[in-house]
Design a protein around this ligand. Structure first.
Ligand code: GLU
Length: 313
């Protein structure tokens, strides 16, 4: 049943989105993975799902984009389901770094040299190694199957051009991974772990598919469309905690203050956000600020959260 708030979102979303679109001019599309540079810098789209009964979209919702770092939330969840908390937290910590997402600085400063958290690249690479499966192909297949289940869409797949582009240019991620191998965090073959990592970063969605994935988290692991519990509640609680403390790169503190919602962004300009017990939200706006977050996407979420009093704090 549509609430008063839902009806107001229906009415206001198109103009709110167009107001925020102006902020795309302040950002730049990521180019360090060459294939990502082709994304349209002035695009902005959003989908909001409210459990079983409805979806509201505005802007460039059909634009496909790769999950990039957003995928790290879901590989963390799958690793927790495969290895449990003790298995995961033996290899990765629980703290924000204050450093860039691809930094290796702290790996040498702490003992043991495990990544600080699962949402920075080093941590997500460690998490990729924890996914159950006999080889990289089986691990990747399990990840894709899990993501399809969360999105309620068996057609979701990889963007092969982005996958190949990242594989060919990921010198920094390679060095991080070899460092982790030297530190004993990775037990498997480094290139095999990286294959799993690059593949899940290159899984492609649109805003609607992302919103559906987000709402499983908004409803504590239950898909509100089917009523099926897809993820144990405790693991969703862990993922949401990381999203608040580390989900928006080095802007997670400001985002918590200004928006106040669990969220995760990626360098393709996607943002997954959720309003607990209410909405799953998928946003895309490829123009990024210096921290790596979508300029217009963050502006739109801030506007909506302020207007509808969504902050969880
Ligand atoms: N695949 C990207 C990388 O490893 C993900 C980064 C991101 O979205 O933050 O550089």
């Amino acid at each position: 049943m549509a609430t008063e708030e839902w009806n107001r979102i229906v009415t206001e979303l198109p103009s709110r989105l167009e107001d925020s679109r102006a902020y795309t001019a302040q950002g730049r599309v990521a180019a360090y993975i060459p294939e990502l540079a082709h994304a349209p810098g002035n695009a902005l789209g959003i989908a909001i799902m409210n459990g079983a009964s409805g979806i509201i979209t505005a802007g460039d919702v059909a634009l496909p984009f790769t999950l990039q770092s957003i995928s790290k939330v879901f590989t963390l969840l799958l690793a927790l389901m495969d290895k449990g908390e003790s298995g995961v937290f033996a290899k990765v910590g629980m703290e924000p770094t204050g450093d860039n997402f691809n930094s290796m600085l702290k790996l040498e400063l702490v003992d043991p040299g495990i990544p600080f958290n699962p949402l920075i690249n080093a941590g997500a690479i460690a998490v990729s190694s924890l996914i159950a499966g006999a080889d990289p192909a089986e691990k990747s297949e399990r990840i894709l199957t899990f993501f399809r289940q969360l999105a309620g869409d068996p057609t979701i797949g990889y963007n092969d051009a982005v996958y190949r582009s990242e594989t060919a240019t990921a010198h920094r991620n390679r060095s991080l991974a070899y460092f982790l191998k030297a530190n004993g965090v990775l037990e498997e073959d480094v290139e095999e772990v990286l294959e799993v990592y690059f593949k899940h970063c290159s899984i492609e969605v649109n805003c609607t598919q992302l919103a559906r994935m987000a709402q499983v988290l908004a409803f504590d692991g239950t898909d509100p469309v089917t009523g099926r519990q897809l993820i144990p509640r405790r693991y969703v609680q862990i993922a949401k905690s990381f999203m608040i403390t580390c989900g928006m790169y080095n802007e997670s503190g400001a985002f918590a203050i200004r928006v106040g919602l669990p969220a995760k962004s990626g360098v393709s300009g996607g943002i997954l956000a959720l309003v607990p017990g209410k909405y799953g939200i998928g946003v895309v706006g490829p123009a990024l600020n210096a921290k790596g977050n979508s300029t217009a996407g963050v502006h739109l979420l801030e506007t909506l959260s302020t207007e509808f009093d969504w902050s969880i704090f």
